[in-house]
Design a protein around this ligand. Structure first.
Ligand code: ZN
Length: 137
């Protein structure tokens, strides 16, 4: 839950489409399609911890399938289509920071995540960057 919520923050910090992701054993990773960009481990770690420490509320919000279809920008994860067909879709909102369809479980406040650090940034092809996050504490 904590790491999953943290990945939402990572989405907000790193520009580019998300092409994959995973959470396991207190670690999480996201793959980003970042053309020609150099990502800085320390800068991303600092930005994440700033957002976590600020204690932003994480709240669910429901919209209809039609509303989602009208706002394709909401879907950051290209590899995982949000579940549609039931007439409504759950969005997770971290006010002013991230808003995207997600059926996962989240903490209610970013402060609950605790300190994290970017463990590694790997090159996975010309445009693909894998960012691995671990708990710092
Ligand atoms: Zn989520």
């Amino acid at each position: 839950m904590r790491m999953h919520t943290c990945l939402h923050l990572l989405c907000a910090v790193v520009p580019g489409a998300v092409t994959g992701g995973q959470v396991a054993d207190g670690r999480g990773r996201l793959d980003f399609d970042v053309p020609g960009s150099s990502l800085d481990k320390e800068a991303i770690t600092a930005q994440l911890n700033r957002l976590i420490a600020a204690g932003h509320r994480v709240t669910p919000r429901w919209i209809s399938d039609g509303e989602l279809a009208a706002q394709p920008d909401l879907v950051r994860t290209m590899s995982v289509k949000p579940p549609t067909g039931s007439g409504r879709v759950r969005l997770m909102e971290i006010a002013g920071i991230d808003l995207q369809p997600c059926g996962g479980t989240h903490v209610a406040n970013t402060a609950e995540i605790g300190p994290v650090a970017v463990a590694k940034i790997e090159n996975k092809g010309r445009q693909n960057r894998r960012i691995i996050i671990a708990f710092a504490a």
